[in-house]
Design a protein around this ligand. Structure first.
Ligand code: ADP
Length: 154
């Protein structure tokens, strides 16, 4: 059976924290979908097109990675893609509590799914997309927090 995983998130924008988790998870899976969740009621900071283009650029040399967008329940996406794993990153105990309830509910909704967690690299524990957006809103340079080759101001 192929090991197919979905890494869901808003990636608004992708950060070095996401990149680190994803690259370390690559050897575990035959196929890894990076799935940008779209919420019709919540407009993102960056357009879906930009978010998608940045992620595609970061993973252009990784043939097992595919970048997609989706609406609705993550488990429904997993069923559609025949994915048996959801990948998530864990930074803090707050992440753990949040992820535990989502993971357990997802398992109820779709017993065929397992959630797999990768611990954040220590240098990225305090990094999240919200901080990057705050820096930008206040005129700062946040490029050091996003993967090499991405220019948030371009
Ligand atoms: P959400 O939309 O749920 O806030 P994000 O799009 O920010 O999620 O992130 C998706 C996944 O990436 C989550 O599992 C989150 O824990 C993980 N993640 C985000 N930032 C980091 C980081 N700095 N280190 C490790 N994992 C991270």
């Amino acid at each position: 059976m192929e090991r197919i995983a979905v890494f869901p998130g808003s990636f608004d924008p992708i950060t070095k924290g996401h990149e680190s988790v994803l690259k370390r998870a690559l050897p575990l899976f035959d196929k890894l979908y990076i799935a940008i969740g779209i919420n019709a009621d919540k407009k993102g900071f960056f357009s879906i097109e930009k978010r998608m283009a940045w992620i595609k650029k970061v993973f252009q040399d990784y043939p097992t990675v595919e970048v997609i967008q989706y609406e609705g329940l993550t488990v429904d996406l997993c069923k559609k893609l025949n994915a048996n794993y959801i990948l998530r990153g864990l930074r803090t105990s707050a992440d753990f509590e949040f992820e535990r309830s989502i993971g357990q509910i997802n398992k109820k909704l779709y017993p065929g799914i397992e959630t797999v967690f990768i611990l954040t690299a220590p240098e990225y524990t305090s990094l999240n997309s919200g901080i990057v957006r705050d820096i930008l809103c206040h005129g700062g340079d946040a490029n050091q927090f996003v993967p090499d080759g991405i220019d948030l101001t371009a």
